[in-house]
Write a protein that binds this ligand. Structure first.
Ligand SMILES: Cc1cc2nc3c(=O)[nH]c(=O)nc-3n(C[C@H](O)[C@H](O)[C@H](O)COP(=O)(O)O)c2cc1C
Length: 214
């Protein structure tokens, strides 16, 4: 008997932010393109599609970015009170060189011109759209058993210069992407005692913010 296809709920449950589990093999281009196609099908305000994807595999670029991220990690650790610094210390925050592929997701707020249908009242909807592309990418990768890790320990100016982003194009995420040994069942930040997932009932409000579950 064949095993049933995983449902979208299975994929959502399996998705993890991956740092230590990359095998070191590269994601093949056909799989990468399927995943990027899924990202590119995201909804966007006024159908503006403000995202782009810069695929980075050059070893020197990966190593330079990893060095920058390591510096930012130290800056963050040094900003913590001693007890939090000790909790943070063993937590790996990126798999830049191990994954062998970085995808920089960028945002162009000017795409589609000044009159974006739906953005006039909520300017952030442009950026929300790019983030939805990232979530599509993350879930599609998981369904392919490919890991993704979001790295945000960087100065935007540094990354902009590293990959030659033109003026007005904003880097939104560096995503490490590649085959994995396994997906952890529990998020790293929970496993290492940094922060737990909130119970769903605490996140649901009925009719007014602040009212308990009905
Ligand atoms: C906007 C954003 C930025 C993040 N930046 C980092 C990062 O720099 N390094 C890291 O290890 N994880 C990063 N993460 C991953 C989160 O730590 C992770 O999603 C969270 O702990 C829950 O774990 P899970 O994704 O495995 O469920 C980021 C996630 C998001 C959504």
């Amino acid at each position: 008997m064949s095993t049933p296809e995983p449902t979208i709920y299975d994929v959502i449950r399996q998705r993890r932010d991956v740092r230590a589990e990359f095998t070191g093999d590269l994601v093949d281009d056909a799989t990468l393109l399927r995943i990027l196609d899924a990202a590119h099908r995201a909804p966007s305000v006024g159908n503006s599609q403000p995202w782009d994807f810069v695929v980075v595999r050059d070893e020197q670029t990966l190593t330079r970015f990893a060095g920058h991220v390591a510096d930012k990690r130290i800056e963050f650790r040094d900003s913590l009170p001693p007890e939090r610094a000790a909790t943070f210390e063993p937590i790996k925050i990126e798999g830049i060189t191990e994954s062998g592929t970085g995808i920089v997701v960028t945002h162009d707020d000017s795409r589609g011109g000044p009159q974006i249908l739906g953005r006039a009242t909520v300017p952030e909807t442009g950026l929300y759209s790019t983030v939805l592309a990232i979530q599509n990418l993350w879930l599609a990768a998981t369904s392919e058993q490919i890991g993704v890790g979001w790295v945000s320990f960087y100065d935007a100016d540094y990354l902009t210069e590293l990959i030659d982003l033109p003026a007005g194009i904003r880097p939104v995420a560096w995503l490490c992407i590649g085959p994995v040994h396994q997906f952890q069942q529990t998020p790293d930040l929970e496993r290492f005692g940094w922060r737990d997932r909130r119970p769903l009932e605490n996140a649901i409000h009925w009719e007014r913010y602040g009212t308990a579950a009905g």
